[in-house]
Design a protein around this ligand. Structure first.
Ligand code: G6P
Length: 464
């Protein structure tokens, strides 16, 4: 049934633009999320015409749904908490994320057993809930933009319910190469691909991921798999206006003073900011920094590694263990090399965007060394807000490499020794060259800001 507030443009994603927390006095506090998708969608028109469908993610969100405390333009789906946990933690984050980022340690995992099948059923139920809601909310012929690996089955399900819609899907992760993708059970691989190919158009952050998807589709489903579905590339860029304004607010200036004090006069900084995420390769980054201090004693006392590693997916044991390993290694380096007036690694584990921006502004070197990454916006944000120019050490496995590789110092993320050498090269880069490169990096990073990124996709979908 098509509801009254039939929307013309719909976005669907697991995490929505707003989240609620339950205060002690029983009232609800709404927090608007940041990020590219949020600013992109806010550009598309009045709330009456557009709708964002997302999952209720915690007790606050669920309570908001129960009380009908809506945010205009947003519909939260109160999916059974157990179903959501199996779909999100079990399938999306422990299987699909692992496949596309190639994170399995294959002698032991994956083992696709009965538990996996049970979780897969939950993934189907969760995708079905989105498809049903979108089918109910969309106006005739509306455009629906489904986001990410959580919702791979939605396009196919929605196509069956509503053949009139224009359906797009955007993948924000990498896409696995054929041999790795085929770790998945054959029927699941087919179902995933058929789900996505229910869309009129699927899109990716880089040509590399788009090509990998096309290769998987042809390998698993046959030569005509892509007939009827266009494959596009939209390299999401940084939002220069937002970042430059936000990076000069009072809280950031205050953090800058505090961080400079903690770093100490005259010292250089190597900065990284990540979710504590397996694919971000934080441990090898710390190992490289340790090797720099070991091999080049001249840096002892003269550099500080600011490493902000914010909590992520802590429901998963492997993420908790990784977080502990990151912390342990930072402590070890500090114990090994630290002196009374010099702390080699300055690590923070609680998320603060203002503090991150302060670190971006003061960075001499930004370290972005993921094992694999769909894009990596930190690599794009740092050059935009840098005060005095910043050298970028960048993994060739980050999507951002396609656009930024020419002006970065590029590393193989597994090569700790080469990463240590790259840090040295970055720290000693001639300031004039560094500043020129930073300007070019900033220009490349902002070529497709979130609003344009979103509108380009919408145009390609509706005109295609
Ligand atoms: C990646 C994914 C997003 C996800 C984000 C944070 O960027 O592509 O879909 O929202 O990570 O992860 P989380 O599991 O906290 O939503």
């Amino acid at each position: 049934m098509v509801s009254e507030r039939a929307a013309q443009v719909l976005v669907a994603s697991n995490r929505g633009p707003v989240s609620y927390t339950l205060r002690e006095d029983g009232t609800l506090a709404a927090k608007r999320g940041g990020g590219g998708l949020v600013s992109g969608l806010s550009a598309i028109g009045s709330d009456a015409d557009s709708l964002w469908v997302c999952a209720a993610l915690g007790d606050g969100d669920r309570e908001a749904v129960r009380r009908g405390t809506g945010t205009a333009g947003v519909r939260m789906l109160d999916i059974d908490a157990g179903v959501h946990a199996d779909a999100y933690n079990g399938i999306a984050n422990s299987v699909l994320w692992f496949v596309h980022h190639m994170l399995y340690q294959t002698p032991l995992e994956p083992a696709f057993d009965a538990e996996f099948r049970r979780q897969w059923a939950a993934y189907e139920t969760y995708n079905r809930a989105f498809a049903d809601a979108l089918a109910a909310e969309a106006a005739p012929g509306a455009a629906v933009l489904v986001q990410d690996y959580h919702l791979c089955l939605v396009p196919g399900m929605l196509r069956e319910l509503r053949p009139d819609l224009r359906i797009g899907h955007f993948t924000h992760t990498p896409w696995a190469p054929v041999d790795y993708f085929r770790l998945l059970p054959d029927d699941i691989a087919r179902q995933l691909l058929r789900g996505l190919l229910g869309a009129d158009r699927v899109a990716f952050l880089t040509r590399r991921w788009a090509d990998a998807f096309a290769a998987c589709a042809v390998d698993v489903l046959g030569a005509d798999a892509l007939d009827g579905t266009a494959v596009g590339v939209h390299g999401l860029g940084a939002d220069a206006d937002f970042l430059r304004e936000r990076a000069h607010r009072e809280d950031v200036d205050d953090w800058l003073v505090r961080l400079r004090e903690r770093v100490g006069d005259g010292r250089r900084t190597v900065v990284r900011v990540d979710r504590t995420e397996l694919s971000k390769n934080i441990v090898r980054g710390l190992l490289a920094y340790r090797q720099l201090l070991a091999d080049r004693p001249e840096w002892r006392g003269r550099v500080v590694h600011i490493a902000f590693a914010y909590p992520s997916r802590q429901d998963l044991a492997v993420y908790r263990e990784y977080t502990a390993a990151v912390r342990r290694l930072a402590d070890e380096i500090n114990a090994e090399y630290g002196t009374d007036d010099w702390q080699p690694v300055l690590m923070e584990l609680d998320d603060d965007f203002g503090r991150s921006l302060a670190a971006y502004r003061m960075a001499d070197v930004a370290l972005v060394n993921p094992i694999r990454d769909g894009m990596n916006l930190v690599a794009k944000e740092v050059p935009v807000v840098s005060d005095a120019g910043c050298a970028l050490v960048l993994s060739r496995e980050a999507g951002a490499y396609e656009e930024l590789g020419a002006d970065a110092i590029v590393v193989n993320p597994y090569d700790v020794t080469a990463t240590a050498a790259a840090l040295h090269e970055a720290l000693t880069m001639d300031p004039a060259e560094r500043s020129e490169r930073t300007k070019r990096l900033a220009a490349a990073s902002t070529a497709l800001p979130p609003t344009a990124w979103f509108l380009d996709q919408l145009a390609a979908l509706t005109e295609g």
